[in-house]
Ligand binder design. Structure first.
Ligand code: NAD
Length: 724
């Protein structure tokens, strides 16, 4: 067998060891299900076998489903019936395990999540190793699904509906002691006695029967008690408000709990499979899994030139100890690198190091770091004003003022101090990398590494290739980003690169809506309704309207006669020059910021931009926010600014919070259907302006029906649903 092996000892106890040699972690895959069904039948059918222990040959018990496998199935245009059968096979497997007449014990030697923990729940008894890393839980909701192999039903019957809610709806995971308290496991034991404890239980419990299989079972833990009924009466509305109805999984989980716990167990399992099938046939699960798990994990790997040997940065130079430089120094030191943090004067560099001091003080206070670790991180950051200190750095990143002249000056000074093999990177947010590299004596070793603010909370780096950046520099830069445990997206040099360019369309569209007479509160609510974390007018106030205005002015200067005014030009000009409300830091912008109350939309907006009597529909505004950004992303693909749909989607989610349920702007186009999307954009262009006009490239792509992601079905490699 490929995924497990089974040995029977002299007492007749079968030891089933999960150990998939092809994977670092045991996962639920088609092979695993087939092999586990076979081993259950072996245990059930052999009179000499008294019972079975299920454990793992790897450091962890089992993670959830193999997400690549699930993604393959989700991409294969499943019918509801196929999706139901897909879910029923492992569900029936677990049911057979618990009703086959022989005792099964899960000996959890490490983490057991998702499908792995569902298997443990199906066993008659659970023993877990006393190790904080051995967490258990059912986090399927985070990938847009639910535990569809009996997990919702067993959990609710074992620990009650109320205690199940955080585990199922929030994907909360718990360590061994809390798992014991909650009733998720039966015993916590030291690692060396794990198997002995499991064996002891089997030999003492020859014919266990699950609670719900006892005659006359009418529900446990107050399934029908009034407090549960009360929870069920407000929780759906609460979830709808939290998720803006963009995520169907939490509501489906509630349905499984409420309806399922009123049904006999076997009917409840069927109900759970039906809900699971619906989620599988919805685009949200596919989009979530593809972008936030598979593509995020693969980011950077696919495009890393394989011929370049793997590299590590032991010493990093950071020039400019302001907001960004200080953040970069912190994350690099936290990842184990020595860091020289250099500024014009030593006291500025020392100030920059204080950023790390403050972050680490908070981390220690909150128990997220120990004093010893915090001191070790700080000891790795050396403030300096002397370029000679950069001598041993393999990589230097500049984060000085956004000014060509200043950047050219520090590039030359750094290159004079560092080794000929060292790389130089710019953290510029707007200046073309190729132009900045003109100040370098070795443009092949010059690259853009665009971090986001605050660096320690934004785990994305836009890696920008200049015209002359070498493949070796790219490979080494991707290795550096991996060392930071951040996600890279690869971008070619172009105005605004990728993230700033598409993000601008979001805030510009909001300002255009305001000018067109849409109520400001409606604009903010529509963006949040579509799934953006913050309203665009509030966002504009945070960054200050000066920033997008500066970008527009730079573009105007660079493009000369070819410059086209963006749709928000008039609003920006008025807010800056006439109304003079720039944003939060300057006392107010689209919002007022009273000292003793929460911010509120500035009432003067109604006079400056009078709202129309008749307002557009909420859906039409949501669609405009999503479509304008998707269209700009498609233009970035067309122009080769972005090379892979995966980079575009991962970048959009991580950089500016494009709604996760869509999977990203290109996943959104694929979900709508490229032909329908293009046709709808043509309609929007008629109503709102040429910025919505799809390019001939996109129209041709739509005519060919060519999506941005080739589904497994189209590639002719759709895996068959695993049901027989
Ligand atoms: P900042 O003004 O906070 O810091 C700039 C630092 O550079 C200051 O400490 C300054 O003393 C130092 N500096 C200036 N000239 C120098 C010189 N000749 N030698 C050494 N040090 C010098 O700016 P910031 O917000 O950290 O931005 C830095 C860079 O990062 C800019 O290129 C900016 O576009 C880019 N960026 C900023 C953000 C952001 O959100 N702030 C995000 C991404 C990228």
């Amino acid at each position: 067998m490929k995924t497990l092996h089974c040995e029977i000892d002299s007492d007749g106890v079968a030891l089933i060891t999960l150990d998939d040699a092809s994977k670092p972690m045991n996962v639920v895959s088609a092979d695993f299900i087939d092999e586990f069904i076979a081993v259950i039948e072996q245990v059930a059918g052999d009179a000499a076998i008294k019972g079975a222990i299920v454990t793992s040959g790897k450091p962890h018990f089992m993670a959830g489903a193999d997400l690549n496998y699930i993604l393959g199935v989700l991409g294969s245009a499943l019918t509801l019936k196929q999706a139901y059968e897909f879910s029923q096979k492992p569900s029936a497997m677990h049911r057979r395990l618990e009703s086959c007449g022989k005792p099964f014990v899960a000996a959890l030697n490490g983490l057991a999540l998702g499908g792995g923990f569902e298997l443990a729940l199906a066993c008659h008894h659970r023993v877990i190793v006393d190790d904080a890393k051995a967490i258990v839980g059912l986090p399927e909701v985070t990938v847009g699904l639910l535990p569809g192999s009996g997990g919702t039903q067993r959990l609710a019957r074992m620990i009650g509906v109320e205690k199940s809610l955080p585990i199922l709806l929030e994907g909360k995971t718990v360590g061994p002691s809390e798992a014991l308290k909650l009733g998720l496991v039966d015993r916590v034991v030291p690692a060396e006695t794990l198997l002995a404890a499991a064996r002891e239980w089997i030999l003492g419990t020859p014919n266990p029967v699950r609670l719900w299989d006892h005659k006359g079972y009418r529900g446990n833990n107050g399934l029908l008690n009034p407090s549960i009924v009360e929870i069920m009466s407000y929780r759906p509305a609460q979830i709808a408000a939290q998720t803006q109805r963009n995520y169907p999984a939490p509501i489906a989980i509630l349905d499984c709990l409420f309806e399922g716990t009123l049904l006999p167990f076997d009917r409840a399992l069927k109900l759970e499979s039906k809900h699971f099938a619906r989620l599988m046939c919805d685009s949200v699960a596919r989009n979530l899994i593809r972008t936030t798990f598979v593509n995020k994990r693969e980011a950077g790997k696919l495009r890393r030139p394989p011929q370049v040997p793997k590299s590590t940065v032991t010493k990093l130079g950071v020039i400019g100890a302001g907001l960004m430089g200080s953040g970069i120094a912190y994350v690099a030191a936290a990842a184990g690198m020595q860091v020289v943090l250099l500024d014009r004067r030593l006291e500025l560099a020392v100030d920059g190091r204080q950023y790390s001091v403050k972050l680490l003080e908070k981390a220690v206070q909150r128990g997220k770091s120990t004093q010893k670790d915090a001191e070790a991180i700080l000891s790795r950051i050396t403030p300096s004003a002397d370029y000679k200190d950069l001598a041993a750095c393999e990589l230097v990143i500049e984060a000085v003022f956004e000014d060509m002249g200043v950047k050219a000056e520090v590039t030359a000074a750094a290159e004079a101090a560092i080794a000929g093999t060292a790389l130089f990177a710019s953290n510029t947010s707007t200046l073309p990398i190729t132009d900045l590299a003109a100040a370098s004596a070795r443009p092949g070793q010059f690259i853009g590494l665009h971090f986001f603010s605050p660096v320690e909370r934004m785990p994305l780096v836009e890696v920008i290739m200049g015209k002359n950046t070498s493949e070796e520099t790219l490979a080494k830069s991707l290795d550096f980003v991996a060392q930071l445990r951040m996600t890279p997206i690869l971008v070619n040099d172009a105005r605004g690169f990728y993230t700033s360019r598409v993000f601008q369309t979001f805030i510009h569209e909001a300002m255009k809506m305001l000018e067109d007479g849409v109520e400001p509160a409606f604009i903010e609510n529509a963006a949040r309704g579509a799934g953006f974390p913050m309203g665009p007018l509030a966002l504009l106030d945070e960054v200050s309207i000066e920033l997008p205005w500066k970008i527009v002015q730079q573009t105007k200067e660079a493009l000369g006669a070819a410059f086209v005014k963006p749709c928000a030009y008039g609003v920006m000009q008025r807010m800056l020059n006439e109304i003079k409300r720039l944003g939060r830091r300057s006392g107010g912008g689209f919002y007022d910021y009273p000292v003793d109350a929460p911010k509120r939309l500035w009432t003067g907006l109604a006079i400056a931009f009078p709202p129309e009597l008749e307002q557009p529909s909420l859906q039409s505004l949501e669609r405009r926010f999503l479509y304008i950004q998707a269209l700009e992303t498609a233009r970035c693909m067309e122009e080769g600014v972005i090379l892979q749909a995966a980079d575009a989607d991962v970048g959009a989610l991580l950089a500016w919070g494009f709604p996760t349920w869509t999977g990203g702007p290109l996943s959104l186009i694929d979900t709508v259907g490229i032909a329908k999307f293009t046709a709808e954009c043509e309609g929007l262009a008629k109503a709102h302006g040429v910025r919505y006009l799809p390019s001939p490239w996109l129209r041709e792509r739509a005519a060919r029906g060519q999506p941005f992601y080739e589904t497994p079905a189209q590639a002719g490699k759709a895996p068959a649903p695993c049901a027989a």
